[in-house]
Each structure stands twice: as structure tokens, then as C-alpha cells.
Design a protein around this ligand. Structure first.
Ligand code: GLV
Ligand code: GLV
Length: 330
């Protein structure tokens, strides 16, 4: 009997072709165009030795139970793993967790810059005027004016790989200072940045001094809801907030109040709670809020690299190799 690998989504083209050609493993896959339902997931994972999953698949003790005792590896096609209950994996003791760092750093940093520019140049409103047949309505020599990053202070919450790549991309835009906060300093990385490097400061100082704040940290107990009313009150009223990390790092009720009261100028989000947000949600229709549907890593190149790494992790786990290509320590 071949070991079974259950895959919860269709993979990007090249990785899908590789998956279909795998020898020595029986691949089962949900290939529908919509995300797998919970019941189908619990059914599909039964008797699997390995699982390749995505962010929207909740990996908890119920799922581990449904799989059975032979499950050895969970391989998520994502860098974030807040959808995985690590305690449940620890209790089980024999399941390893693979993820996909590094390969999505550039694409996600690109998306962060994209959102920052969209917010600064009021692109949401500008696009709406074109779509509504009011070409540039509200934009004139003296009205509708945005801002630029030249001479401004950039604040990065979490100078990890993505935070660093974001700072690198924004330096050529002429930012004069880069601050970062987070649970620990990254002095090597901070010094490597051109333009005098990045300064490690408290979250409060970062909020008070930054013109552009980019959230690049993981979601955990420390970061959940850290952008709340107090945080927004500490920010500059001209500040732009960009979130390409996880929606739950921002308290959305407080964000709505902050935008309405002018505590900050604009929020640009690739991530929300829930995903998707309904189309009449007050943040979706808000003129000071730009929202993308969680497409941070959504390029052909990056998604194939992520899926390939996830296949490598799954195969290494099924074969019981000592090291996965990229493994979360649990
Ligand atoms: C995307 O959000 C990821 O964690 O890869
Ligand atoms: C994620 O990969 C990060 O370290 O920023």
C-alpha cells in the first residue's frame, strides 16, 4: 500500500504537473474551483500520511483525529501558520509541520509597496472616478492631492524577511528614516539596510513618529489586536497604515472609528477578518480604506515556488527524513 498524500486545493500549473507525476505516493486531491468544505476536508484527510493545505483549512485536533494515527506531516502552502493549532500537534507528538518562508518574501513586499502607493496617491478614489464616468472628479490642481514618501519616516512592525524586503524597496523612494519595532531587534539586518540602517524603537515611538506604518509581523498572542484605539490615537493624523500580515493584528472596529475621526489618513489592507469581507462592510465602502483580497503572494512565480516547497516538505515528512525543506519548530 502506497502512502497517501491528501491535497486540499489545486496547485499552480507547474507544481500541479509535478504532483500528478509523483511516484511512490497515492495523491488524493480536492480539485474543485471553490475552497474545500469542512466535511470534505475531514473526509479527505482520512487515512492520509501527509496533508498539503492552505490558510483557509483549519488544522485542529478534530482534523488530526479524523486523519488517523498514521498522519506524519502537515505541509501548509503559506508562510503564516496561525491556522494550525500547534498545541494539537504537540499533543499528538509525531506530526511535523512544513511551511513556505523565503520564496514569498519578494512578492509580499511588492504588495506592501503597492498598497502604500495606492493609499498615498488616493488610487481607490481615482479608479472609482474613471469607472463611474467622472474621470478625475474631485482631482484638480488644488484638490484630491495625495502624499509622497520623499523625506518621510517609514515604520516597519516586525523586521523579518518581509519587513526587511519592504524597507529595501521603500528606500529608493527617498524615505529619510526607517524605524522598526517587534519582539526582538534584528541589528544585523537593520545595519544592512542602506541609508543609515533601521532603528529599533518601541511600538509607541514607531507609531508616534512614522508617516507610513507597515505591518509585517506574524499573528500571535502578542500581536493580536495591537492596532487598537490607543495605537491609532498615537499615530500621526496624516499617517498611512498598510497591513499585508494578518487581519486580526488590527482591531477593525477601532480602525473604522480612527478613519471616521481622522486619527489616521488611510488604511490599505491585504488581509481582513473575516476573509472575504462582505461587499457592504463599512471598511470595504470607506473612501479612506483600500482593500485587496489577500493576494500578497499571488504571482505565478511565487505560488509555484510555494507549492513546490510544500510538495518537498510533504514528501520529506512522509519518508520520515530528518529534515523538511522548511519546518516549523513545534
Ligand atoms: C499568506 O498569507 C501566507 O501566510 O503565506
Ligand atoms: C516572513 O517570512 C517574515 O519573516 O517576514
Amino acid at each position: 500500500n502506497l502512502p497517501v498524500l491528501f491535497v486540499t486545493s489545486r496547485l499552480p500549473h507547474h507544481a500541479q504537473q509535478r504532483l500528478e507525476a509523483l511516484a511512490g505516493v497515492e495523491v488524493r486531491q480536492h480539485t474543485g474551483t471553490s475552497a474545500i468544505g469542512r466535511a470534505q476536508l475531514l473526509e479527505g484527510v482520512r487515512d492520509a500520511d501527509g496533508l498539503i493545505c492552505v490558510l483557509s483549512d483549519k488544522i485542529d485536533s478534530e482534523l488530526i483525529q479524523a486523519a488517523g494515527p498514521q498522519l506524519r506531516v502537515i505541509s501548509t502552502v503559506s508562510v503564516g501558520y496561525d491556522h494550525v493549532d500547534l498545541d494539537a500537534l504537540r499533543r499528538h507528538g509525531k506530526i511535523r509541520l512544513g511551511y513556505t518562508p523565503d520564496v514569498l518574501t519578494d512578492a509580499t513586499a511588492d504588495t506592501t509597496v503597492l498598497l502604500a502607493l495606492m493609499a498615498a496617491r488616493r488610487v481607490k478614489l481615482a479608479l472609482q472616478t474613471v469607472a463611474n464616468g467622472e474621470w478625475g472628479g474631485g482631482f484638480s490642481l488644488s484638490t484630491g492631492l495625495g502624499s509622497q514618501f520623499t523625506g518621510k519616516t517609514l515604520g516597519i512592525v516586525g523586521l523579518g524577511r518581509i519587513g526587511y524586503a519592504t524597507a529595501q524597496r521603500l528606500l529608493p523612494f527617498g524615505v529619510s528614516r526607517i524605524l522598526y519595532s517587534g519582539s526582538r531587534s534584528h541589528s544585523g539586518r537593520a545595519e544592512c539596510l542602506g541609508g543609515g540602517g533601521a532603528e529599533y524603537v518601541s511600538f509607541e515611538d514607531l507609531l508616534r513618529e512614522s508617516d507610513l506604518v507597515c505591518i509585517c509581523c506574524p499573528l500571535n498572542e502578542r500581536t493580536e489586536g495591537m492596532f487598537d484605539r490607543r495605537a491609532f490615537a498615537a499615530m500621526k493624523s496624516s499617517a498611512i497604515l498598510v497591513n499585508t500580515a494578518r487581519g486580526a493584528i488590527v482591531n477593525q472596529d477601532d480602525l473604522l472609528v480612527a478613519l471616521d475621526e481622522g486619527l489616521i489618513a488611510h488604511a490599505a489592507l491585504d488581509v481582513t477578518v473575516p476573509e472575504p469581507l462582505p461587499k457592504d462592510h463599512p471598511l470595504v465602502v470607506h473612501p479612506k480604506c483600500t482593500i485587496l483580497p489577500h493576494i500578497g503572494s499571488a504571482t505565478e512565480e511565487t505560488r509555484n515556488a510555494m507549492a513546490n516547497l510544500a510538495i518537498d516538505n510533504a514528501l520529506a515528512g512522509i519518508q520520515g527524513l530528518k529534515d523538511l525543506a522548511a519546518e516549523v519548530t513545534i
